[in-house]
Design a protein around this ligand. Structure first.
Ligand code: MLT
Length: 402
């Protein structure tokens, strides 16, 4: 993600329609003016000429969010969200300077052509301005947050959906949803202390995880995302809703619960954290496994158990102990439920023994307008155990938002 210089542009009267509002075609022009102005303030307007290439727009998507009037001054940010060999994507946001209102957001895909119109690799000088090549799909990006390197799988274009894994899992718990939900921009980080992210010795909490996610959204230039959390991922989403509500477009709460740990569960978190540090993460993983999947899963779908064990093996012991203590200390999110004001989908495996269907039902009933989807023949790992039904429930919800 590379940011070009931010510029301020004034809305002219001739750019407005009969009702006095900046018209939709002028919004595109304004974004184009902003790009030229950014070049003028940075590497120079002749950047492409100097290298003998032409940037051509292949696709432009604009979301109009609020009206702008003549003489409004708009602050236009331009960030490069993707760079391939011959193409790149710019995300632009126009915000009114006086009140901060977002007027429009655009996503523009460019291809680099030579003088006779053939696609050519982005020349070196241009590449330096646009930033490093985005790693190929499935290779996670590395996003530094507060000294911790988070591995983040970022795929596709469209409405951003942030997938937050549970415990003791990592981003690969969403492997089927990341592949299936191709009409949306899927962002799946490994939380600190899980998967390919680094694991500090301590400092884990739901707030810390939530702040990491906000930093990931910032680094990717995403203002608002649909947030989708599995179990502990749901606990983190409650914190996002409490402290960063403006970043949440809608929520999917999967196999999760708003209540804090009971006293005996708190004690067992400590015991498991000690076990992880003394005997390794696999010892904890095996202890938890029987409660995580539906009764028939080990026999009918041994690959699900194999995938679970891989996630456990990848998880550093410090990250596992940190997550257990963070869950032990999480607050009660029950009072938050009535105050949730975004569209919400509650999803639960019909055989989930960690956060059972009756808990999900009560939670959905407490969130204004929430919908409930029960996934048959799935335990706590519904996204892996019943990938088609889970992805279908997500897709129906996401479709209704667009
Ligand atoms: C999870 O899946 O994140 C955990 O099972 C949640 C918990 O233990 O409370």
């Amino acid at each position: 993600m590379t940011a070009l210089p931010t510029v301020e542009l004034t809305v002219f009267p001739f750019e407005c329609d009969a009702f006095g509002h900046l018209n939709h075609a002028s919004v595109l022009t304004l974004f184009e003016r902003a790009r030229w102005e950014s070049l003028a303030r940075g590497p120079g307007m002749d950047l492409f000429d100097r290298s003998g290439v032409v940037p051509v727009v292949r696709k432009a998507t604009v979301e109009y969010r609020a009206a702008a009037l003549p003489r409004d001054v708009l602050r236009v940010e331009t960030v490069i969200t993707h760079r391939g060999t011959t193409s790149w994507t710019a995300r632009q946001t126009a915000q009114r300077q006086s009140d901060g209102a977002v007027i429009a957001e655009a996503e523009i895909v460019f291809v680099c052509l030579d003088r006779v119109g053939r696609p050519v690799p982005v020349p070196e000088e241009v590449a330096r301005v646009l930033g490093p090549r985005t790693p190929p799909a499935h290779e996670p990006q590395r996003i530094e947050v507060d000294g911790v390197a988070l591995a983040v799988d970022v795929r596709g274009e469209g409405l951003p959906v942030l997938f937050v894994h549970g415990f003791p899992f990592d981003r690969t718990v969403w492997r089927h949803q990341l592949a299936a939900l191709s009409r949306w921009r899927r962002i799946a980080p490994d939380l600190r202390g899980a998967g390919d992210s680094t694991a500090p010795a301590d400092g884990y909490s739901m707030q810390r995880y939530a702040d990491d996610l906000v930093a990931v959204l910032d680094a990717l230039g995403v203002r608002q995302a649909v947030v989708c959390g599995l179990s502990m991922g749901g606990y983190i989403i409650f914190d996002l809703l409490r402290r960063h509500a403006s970043r949440v477009r809608a929520a999917v709460l999967c196999g999760t619960r708003p209540q804090p740990d009971a006293e005996e569960t708190r004690a067992s978190r400590d015991e498991l954290a000690a076990l992880a540090m003394e005997r390794g993460t696999e010892a904890v993983g095996e202890r938890l496994l029987p409660r995580l999947v539906a009764a028939a899963t080990p026999e009918d779908q041994p690959e699900v158990v194999r995938q679970y064990r891989e996630m456990v093996r990848r998880m550093p012991a410090a990250g596992m102990a940190g997550a257990l203590r963070a869950m032990r200390d999480r607050p009660d999110s029950t009072p938050l439920l009535h105050a949730i004001r975004v569209p919400t989908l509650v999803v639960v495996g019909g055989e989930d023994r960690v956060s059972p269907p009756d808990v999900a039902e009560a939670m959905a009933a407490s969130i204004p307008g929430a919908r409930l989807a029960v996934i048959p023949a799935a335990g706590h790992l519904a996204p892996l155990e019943q990938p088609l039904a889970t992805s279908r429930a997500f897709a129906d919800f996401l479709d209704a938002l667009s």
